[in-house]
Design a protein around this ligand. Structure first.
Ligand code: ACK
Length: 321
């Protein structure tokens, strides 16, 4: 395993600009793990121009990870080197030299993923079993009371702000011709200041000249977030990211529900081709649902751009004041 790892890493020469000494990194705890990957919380000394200790997140692989997962992690590293936007997760450093596992060091987001955050806000001290939020407009900001004073809270205005921030980050990515391919609430992180950070670039690819990315092999794919053209022809563009963003908006409104409840992924493609779309959640305004539906147009060109979406949120946020 060590030798294969070397072969893959050798394709990426050590970049002194990003390489961080392992001795200045103290792993504190595991934040979560997937099938092959693991995210750790750590303390880094003097990282990225910060004097003293900084809490960071570290992405690494589990022992049984395959070469392709290492490739994904290293390609995520290459991509993150070149991105710089408030709403995109920031790379702080990397450990690729021999003597330990490959570590990708990124900024720490105190509130974790947007999906888990939204789900935590559901524990309300309310007799009302339904979400007390009505995303009908900001004027009816209901006072919400929570079990614990410092537990997670969310207001309709914040939901719109999350949508706006993610649109801004995605507009930036599409401008520099990056297609994310796995945009979902689980892949957006939230800082303590409620700043959204688009993350998980493992599947991200540069778009080819024709603005489309064709995926060759069939790996594990986020079917419920995928545009019909990605499902049928493996075509990925910024417009297929817009489709996924529509699903993400639905996740925001439902406070982190799983899309297409009760529908098996095997049946989904045919349903969507026949024109089936998720219905408007009870607490979702007509105006917001209209935007969500526009992201789910069959023809990619008819879907709005992330720039246009940002503008829509700005108008909705202004209206509420
Ligand atoms: O939903 P969570 O609490 O937030 O659980 C997942 C877990 O690690 C596996 O992805 C959390 N996580 C990932 N990246 C970061 C980060 N940069 N800062 C804080 N938590 C993170 C994520």
């Amino acid at each position: 395993a060590e030798i294969t790892t070397r072969n893959v890493i050798n394709k990426y020469p050590v970049d002194p600009k990003w390489e961080f000494p392992r001795s200045q990194l103290i792993i504190e705890q595991t934040l979560g793990e997937g099938e092959f990957g693991r995210v750790l919380r750590a303390k880094a000394t003097n990282i990225a121009g910060q004097k003293g200790d900084t809490i960071v997140a570290v992405k690494t692989l589990k022992d049984d990870a395959r070469e392709s997962e290492l490739n994904d992690l290293l390609s995520e590293y290459q991509l993150l080197k070149d991105v710089s936007h408030l709403n995109v997760i920031k790379l702080l450093g990397v450990c690729t030299v021999l003597g330990g596992p490959v570590y990708l060091i990124i900024e720490f987001a105190e509130f974790g993923s947007l999906r888990s955050y939204l789900r935590r806000t559901r524990h309300l001290k309310s007799e009302n079993q339904k979400f007390p939020l009505s995303i009908t407009g900001i004027e009816e900001t209901t006072e919400i009371h929570y079990d614990e004073p410092n537990s997670c809270t969310v207001t309709p205005k914040e939901i719109l702000s999350f949508a706006w921030q993610i649109s801004n980050g995605m507009a930036y990515l599409s401008e520099i011709k990056l297609v994310h391919r796995d945009l979902a609430a689980r892949n957006v992180l939230l800082t303590k200041d409620k700043v959204c950070k688009i993350s998980d670039f493992g599947l991200t690819r540069d778009i080819y000249e024709d603005n489309a990315y064709f995926k060759r092999s069939k790996g594990r794919v986020p079917v419920k977030w995928m545009a019909p053209e990605s499902l049928s022809d493996h075509v990925y563009t910024s417009k297929s990211d817009v489709w996924s963003f529509g699903i993400l908006l639905w996740e925001l409104v439902t406070l982190g529900a799983t899309p297409y409840p009760g529908i098996a992924v095997q049946n989904l493609f045919h349903l969507i081709r026949q024109g089936y779309r998720m219905e408007r959640p009870d607490n979702c305004s007509i105006a917001l649902y209209k935007i969500i539906k526009s992201c789910w147009q069959n023809e990619p060109e008819k879907r709005p751009s992330f720039k246009e979406l940002s503008k829509s949120w700005e108008i909705m946020l202004e209206d509420g004041n």
